[in-house]
Design a protein around this ligand. Structure first.
Ligand code: AMP
Length: 398
């Protein structure tokens, strides 16, 4: 997507102004603890810039998918974490709108920061309700959208507020859009894309678009079993979308027609049930026992996929979605092995965020990868060539 005409944070004079900044603090939590704070760390550049330039910073974000307000999905623990990382106080608001929040924002001094409560505690947020957007906007004089991870959604805090405030994109948004757009539109070749994740149905759009751009397409994760089923293999109890068999066969055909090398798993780690402690074994993809389910790519597949990555040295690899059920330690090995290979190969490596960013983050190889995106769904949307509502809504440069 072309962002060259969009107003950026550097175009704003923020001194003494109340600036509403939409961040993506939607971090993974386990028993109330943040398990991966990448999104928060990556947001700090924009927040620091606003703070150092004398803005009154009103940060906001969603967290999870709350049906109603709850202590578990309050942003107060995030607030403490931001304070620690920034080394300066952040005032926690009791809500995202309302009289006391307005007073808190009115009382902010230059360089002070406050954080609104989880935006999704109001169902109007995801409905892009203009009334809610107007109330949010009433807290501030300027709006900065830095939430790349939410840029594919048209919500009150990503799209709606732009109608009521002068808007601009923040540093993280700018970085993500620039790196991902360059990687897909003018890549160093060969261009390899690795796609994993649960379902083919979620990725059809992006696969279609990638077939016009990539030299090699590697498919793994749950969606590989739909391809296996479509080719007549029995896949046991693996995740498999029978109604997408035609689509899978069509993708195989299109890849051939377009000269794209399509790599699918040839073996897998199959488990007796869907949990970490389940009994498991390595089997060829064509021989998954009836009562077993494919949970990770097998060792032969790891070899073939790794070889394809090594062969792409000097080129670009764009990866979205895990190759196995990475939430379980026993089934994350395929994903981690490939990530290691990627980190050891000299190429431009772009990791779409979401579930795959977590196991890769645990490997401590961030420095050896070109870019780990903070947005899973957003980077998929960008790769599929579709518009990003949260970016489209931001004002153009004067
Ligand atoms: P997505 O949001 O589509 O990228 O999917 C991510 C999810 O795919 C993760 O929660 C993984 O557990 C899941 N996944 C990856 N491989 C498999 C598999 N073989 N069977 C079931 N789910 C899988």
């Amino acid at each position: 997507m072309d962002i060259s005409g969009k107003r950026t944070i550097d175009d704003l004079d923020v001194r003494g102004k109340r600036v509403l900044v939409r961040c993506d603090f939607n971090v993974p939590l386990l028993n109330g603890r943040i398990t991966d704070d990448r999104r928060i760390r990556e947001s700090l550049k924009t927040i620091r810039h606003l703070q150092e330039n004398g803005a009154k910073v009103i940060a906001c974000s969603h967290l999870g998918r709350p049906e109603e307000p709850s202590a578990e999905l309050s942003l107060s623990s995030i607030c403490k974490h931001i304070e620690q990382l920034l080394g300066s106080p952040v005032k926690m608001a009791v809500d995202s709108i309302g009289a006391s929040v307005k007073k808190m924002s009115d009382d902010l001094q230059n360089g002070e920061i406050m954080l609104l409560e989880n935006l999704r505690f109001h169902k109007e947020e995801t409905q892009n309700d203009p009334g809610f957007a107007k109330e949010l906007a009433s807290l501030a004089e300027l709006f900065v959208n830095d939430a790349f991870g939410a840029a594919h959604r048209a919500h009150s805090s990503t799209v709606g507020v732009c109608k009521f405030l002068p808007s601009a994109i923040g540093y993280l948004m700018l970085k993500e859009l620039t790196i991902l757009s360059n990687a897909i539109n003018s890549p160093k070749r060969p261009l390899v894309s690795i796609l994993g994740g649960a379902k083919v149905s979620d990725k059809i759009g992006v696969i279609d678009s990638l077939l016009d751009k990539v030299d090699v397409l590697i498919l793994g994760g749950g969606m590989a079993y739909t391809f296996a089923g479509a080719q007549g293999f029995s896949v046991g109890r693996s995740i498999c979308e029978k109604d997408k068999f035609e689509v899978a066969l069509d993708i195989i055909k299109k890849a051939k027609q377009k000269g794209v090398t399509l790599l699918l798993p040839t073996d897998c780690i199959a488990a007796a049930s869907f949990h970490n402690e389940a009994d498991f074994k390595l089997v060829p993809l064509s021989q998954i026992p009836d009562e077993y389910m494919g949970m990770d790519i097998g060792s032969e597949t790891v070899k073939v996929f790794s070889a394809a990555i090594k062969q792409a040295a000097g080129g670009t690899v764009i990866w979205n979605g895990p190759l196995g059920v990475c939430e379980f330690k026993n089934f994350e090995k395929g994903t981690k092995s490939l990530a290691k290979t990627l980190s050891e190969t000299n190429l431009v490596s772009i990791i779409g965020g979401g579930d795959v960013a977590v196991p890769i983050g645990q490997l401590g190889i961030d420095e050896k990868l070109t870019h780990i995106s903070t947005g899973g769904g957003a980077s998929l949307r960008l790769l599929s060539g579709a518009d990003m509502p949260g970016v489209a809504a931001v004002a153009n440069k004067a």
